[in-house]
Design a binder for this molecule. Structure first.
Ligand SMILES: *[C@@H]1O[C@H](CO)[C@@H](O)[C@H](O)[C@H]1NC(C)=O
Ligand SMILES: *[C@@H]1O[C@H](CO)[C@@H](O)[C@H](O)[C@H]1NC(C)=O
Ligand SMILES: *[C@@H]1O[C@H](CO)[C@@H](O)[C@H](O)[C@H]1NC(C)=O
Ligand SMILES: *[C@@H]1O[C@H](CO)[C@@H](O)[C@H](O)[C@H]1NC(C)=O
Ligand SMILES: *[C@@H]1O[C@H](CO)[C@@H](O)[C@H](O)[C@H]1NC(C)=O
Length: 444
């Protein structure tokens, strides 16, 4: 008899859950707007040079991680020792539960799971905001381990009630990233609220997310978790049944908030400042078909195969929200660097502390020297980078330098977010296409 009542409870619970999920689908029809801030924004007072050096270090760490994982494995947002150089770049501000509790999750197009740290925590990293407290939310439900989402995720198990942190028949998850950073907890179903300041805006019920109570590896101290924007079924765009999403990053050296939109209205997207360029998305992650690079008057002598994805795992070109600086395979990077140096007509600065991993040139103080154009030729689209998306100027010990904001990476070409500033980038998931148009991102 007791068992029957338990079964009925479970059945009731699943019906309630399905209802919640169904609601979320209806709610998701309208565009959802979220606010982003750059991970280095606010109060740290970093000089331009330091900021650029930190971004290069994070990009190198991120690339190493992308290469260490297979093409389909999730990609880490983690960081280097001490958490000072976490590789997270943009934080999505949102609120979870009823009443809403604020969270700031790293926007990661390289992984799928949505998760945030929860109380009571067995082992959590320091974060700027209080951990999410599931016991004070009236809309929280535990996900049963019989649910498809629980079964679809790679590392899940069924709670048995012992220990008490894992209630009977609930879905316990473990999610790991390319650098072996791991989060573990219970999968929950909750109402999420998106919008500026996470206090107003659209609410969506039935979002499945990880309530993380244990972690290992290194996460950045200002994130409370990660919002996976990848292509798998548990990512935020997939759960909200978004046909598309877009982001528009403001200048990384400024403090203006940026925007992410899910199911954005077509007219808003067309409002850019120039022609919309469209290129296909290939396979897993967000791979693009890069065909070539032009620096000034020189189309680099690089065969297309150099940029292509080989055997589904090596090489290839991805666009990544979690990488700051574009990195190129060594041979391609050296060709870009020498073509740029040959045309910029400024003396090259010897590599050292002032320049970090960048190639820099001595520039007359307070000038804006002409630089050769930099164009990425994608299948069907041309990414003609505006000046501020590939060069930066720094002052150091009374000297002025002009530097090329690209670095030498591994086998894979990674188009980072510095190159996407003031560009409205649309991921058309329905049609497997990526479009972009120059835009004033703070006016979106
Ligand atoms: C970290 O988060 C807090 C709370 O949202 C915010 O006030 C602070 O500016 C953030 N720090 C950085 C470096 O972004
Ligand atoms: C866990 O739930 C199952 C299925 O409802 C039940 O058979 C089992 O007795 C429960 N175990 C505990 C420890 O409550
Ligand atoms: C994005 O998707 C929504 C809903 O599917 C659609 O109405 C809108 O036109 C799309 N926007 C663009 C720019 O394709
Ligand atoms: C692709 O894989 C095949 C067989 O596994 C191997 O022989 C070949 O060398 C690989 N090619 C590249 C470019 O890695
Ligand atoms: C770089 O900085 C370190 C410590 O600040 C110093 O020891 C080293 O000599 C510097 N190297 C160059 C090339 O300036």
């Amino acid at each position: 008899m007791k068992q029957l009542i338990e079964m009925q409870k479970l059945a009731f619970f699943i019906v309630a859950l399905l209802a919640a999920v169904a609601t979320s689908r209806c709610n998701a029809a309208a565009a959802i707007r979220m606010q982003l801030t750059h991970a280095d924004a606010g109060g740290r007072g970093l000089a331009g040079r330091e900021l650029m050096q930190r971004m290069a270090l994070r990009s190198k760490a991120r690339v190493a991680r992308l290469l260490s994982s297979s093409a389909t494995a999730p990609v880490s947002p983690g960081g280097c020792a001490g958490g000072v150089l976490g590789s997270s770049e943009y934080l999505v501000h949102l609120a979870i539960g009823t009443p809403p509790q604020p969270g700031q999750l790293t926007l990661d197009t390289g992984s799928d799971l949505i998760w945030t740290q929860c109380t009571p925590c067995l082992s959590c990293f320091d974060q700027a905001l209080p951990c999410f407290n599931p016991s004070t939310s009236s809309t929280l439900a535990l996900l049963p381990c019989s649910s498809t989402t629980c079964q679809d995720l790679q590392l899940t198990s069924c709670g048995t009630g012992n220990p008490k942190s894992w209630p009977n028949q609930t879905c316990v998850y473990t999610y790991s990233y390319g650098d072996k950073s791991v989060t573990t907890g219970l999968l929950d179903v909750e109402k999420f609220t998106f919008g500026a300041g996470a206090s107003v805006g659209s609410s969506v019920a039935g979002v499945i997310f990880g309530c993380g109570i244990f972690y290992s590896g290194v996460f950045r101290s200002n994130e409370t978790g990660i919002a996976g924007f990848g292509r798998g079924p548990s990512s935020l765009p997939s759960q909200l049944k978004a046909g598309n999403f877009s982001h528009c990053f403001t200048a990384v050296t400024g403090s203006k908030p940026s925007t992410v939109l899910l199911d954005l209205p077509a007219d808003l997207y067309k409002d850019g400042r120039g022609a919309v360029q469209t290129t296909p998305l290939v396979q897993t992650l967000y791979y693009l078909s890069l065909k070539g690079i032009t620096v000034g008057s020189t189309r680099l002598p690089v065969p297309e195969s150099e940029f292509a994805l080989r055997n589904g795992t090596t090489g290839g070109t991805i666009i990544d929200s979690g990488t700051a600086i574009t990195s190129l395979p060594p041979r391609v990077y050296r060709l870009v660097r020498s073509a740029f140096a040959a045309q910029v007509k400024l003396p090259v600065v010897a590599a050292g502390n002032a320049t970090g991993p960048y190639v820099c040139f001595t520039a007359p103080p307070r000038t804006k020297p002409d630089v050769p154009k930099l164009v990425l030729h994608l299948e069907g689209a041309t990414l003609d980078l505006p000046r501020e998306n590939y060069v930066f100027e720094v002052e150091d010990a009374g000297n002025s330098y002009l530097c090329l904001a690209m670095i030498e990476g591994g086998d894979m070409t990674t188009i980072g977010n510095f190159q996407q500033q003031n560009m409205h980038v649309l991921y058309d998931l329905q049609n497997n296409k990526l479009s972009f148009v120059p835009a004033q991102c703070d006016k979106l």
